[in-house]
Write a protein that binds this ligand. Structure first.
Ligand code: PHE
Length: 443
């Protein structure tokens, strides 16, 4: 890697990494998975996995990036030798795989934003399901996909400081502000408590329910976005003195807070709008059809218009700042492996992503299957990353953190957690997720 580029500041890196983490996973994914049931048990498991597994893993991923200075494709081989080369390919496969349908979802959000602005949202339940089919298939879906991919490519082509850092520096604060306004607004609505009750309702038996466990794992990994090389690609441009553990804590805290606050917007909204009966269905389209029609309904008037515009603008900004980090994985790998220029690498990557995304753009069921397989692969590569950094080359982990003056106690604590807590928990989680994925597989 050239290593010439650097983040303008530590805050710039934290906002970009938080931008990668905060995305459709927090808004669409959280609503989609939490609505499949589980309530407070789902939320508790999700938070526990984030703290015990994703946080140490994120530190390991950042260390791997900064220590090797290589792209996700080459970093595992550089750190652990030839035997680890397949992990680099897995990073590449999973990030391009996720990006291919992520861009399609982003297209749905963009179309819904446009329709919100124009006041063209569906007005009732029947119109809402027709509406979702109309945006998730055919030309509309393809147009959304191409537009979103072009924007993402444009930002990544502009480089780390000129594109990614510049966008996330204003995008993230704006996103936080919009989200807090929406959550406050929702909390003052009469039926909001029903939404909170659904999201946090306690049923201890759900703690051992495989579907809830599997959903919590997928949600935690997808939302933090660790174990796939995206944050690794960003960490290459980190200053050698920056405090990695503290930065990882900031990213994880921001992401989890946004996930929970977003839940405190979507679930009360569903209750306020009287859409409760649709929630249990927990389909991919919940966010893109249920909410818009509620907001466009006659009782909402101008408030509904404003809330829908704000809400979908927020989703779109969150999605771009994540999509750019996913795209940075193939782009930096092509630059690193075959010495391509950034703009050439972007072109090649977006063409491949567009082609791979076509089946998802045409068929939403394909998208759902791709999401479930990619999530399982994401957790697999997370497990391999934990083994690489925690078990195979722990000295790299230690030395790199010592060099940036992290205390010995912190380093040993993190390494111990990575080895003895995170690794076994991911192994168990992966088994449950794989079992669930095969059971729900639709041929
Ligand atoms: N974390 C992002 C989200 O919540 C998605 C993502 C996954 C980004 C993996 C990077 C890596 O939407």
């Amino acid at each position: 890697m050239t290593g010439k580029e650097r983040w303008g500041s530590n805050l710039g890196f934290v906002l970009a990494a938080a931008g990668s983490a905060v995305g459709l996973g927090n808004l669409w994914g959280f609503a989609y998975r939490a609505s499949q049931g589980g309530g407070g048990a789902f939320v508790l498991l999700y938070i526990a996995i984030v703290l015990l597994v994703c946080l140490p893993l994120l530190v390991a991923e950042m260390v791997l990036g900064r220590n090797t200075g290589n792209s996700p494709l080459i970093a595992p081989r550089r750190a652990g030798g030839k035997a680890w080369a397949p992990l680099g390919w897995l990073f590449l496969l999973v990030s391009v795989g996720i990006l291919s349908y992520y861009i399609v979802l982003m297209g749905y959000a963009g179309t819904t934003l446009l329709k919100s602005v124009l006041g063209n949202l569906p007005l009732d339940k029947t119109e809402a399901s027709n509406y979702f089919s109309s945006i998730s298939t055919g030309e509309v879906s393809l147009r959304g996909q191409m537009f979103s991919l072009a924007i993402t490519g444009g930002v990544v082509a502009a480089g780390i400081r000129g594109g990614i850092e510049r966008l996330t520096k204003w995008g993230m604060p704006l996103l936080f502000l919009m989200l807090i306004c929406l959550a406050l607004w929702a909390s003052f609505q009469p039926n909001a408590h029903e939404g909170y009750a659904f999201l946090f309702g306690w049923d201890a038996s759900k703690l051992t329910d495989p579907e809830t466990i599997s959903n919590a794992f997928k949600q935690a990994f997808f939302s933090i976005g660790t174990g796939i090389g995206a944050i690794l690609a960003y960490s290459v441009y980190l200053d050698s003195r920056s405090a990695i553990p503290e930065e990882a804590v900031a990213v994880v805290t921001l992401d989890t807070a946004v996930g929970l606050i977003a839940g405190c917007v979507t679930f009360p909204l569903v209750a306020i709008l009287g859409l409760g009966d649709l929630v249990g269905e927990g389909s991919i389209g919940t966010l893109f059809s249920t909410l818009p029609h509620g907001l466009a309904g006659p009782s909402m008037n101008l408030t509904g218009w404003l809330v829908s515009v704000l809400f979908f603008a927020l989703i779109y900004i969150a999605a771009i700042t994540s999509a750019i980090s996913l795209l940075e994985v193939p782009v930096s790998s092509l630059m690193d492996q075959i010495g391509l220029s950034r703009s050439k690498a972007v072109w090649i990557s977006i063409v491949i992503t567009a082609l791979l995304g076509l089946p998802s753009a045409i068929d939403v069921n394909f998208l759902a299957q791709a999401d479930s397989i990619m999530n399982a692969l994401l957790i697999t590569s997370g497990l391999l990353l934990a083994i690489l950094m925690g078990w195979s080359v722990p000295s790299r982990f230690k030395n790199e953190l010592e060099d940036s003056k992290t205390s010995k106690l912190k380093i040993n604590g993190l390494l111990w957690t990575l080895r003895w807590i995170s690794t076994p928990i991911i192994t168990i989680g992966l088994t449950v997720v794989l079992e669930e994925t095969f059971r729900n597989w639709q041929f």
